[in-house]
Design a protein around this ligand. Sequence first.
Ligand code: SF4
Length: 67
Amino acid sequence: MKVSIDPTKCIACGSCVAICPEVFEMKEDGTVDVKSEWKGKDIPEELRAKVIEAHDMCPVTAIVIED
Ligand code: SF4
């Protein structure tokens, strides 16, 4: 599973960061993104449920999950 955020949709509400701070972060400029260590990388099993929850809770469906 890989995850990314569509910057054209994200409103930086912080919900995904609150749910899964291991994977998502708020940058100094106020935008939210996947942490660089996880960009393009396979999300490990133990974090997948939280990533899916963050995806499901995103108010603007900005979180993109790929198999
Ligand atoms: S939950 Fe969605 S809108 Fe909110 S910061 Fe995360 S990606 Fe952006």
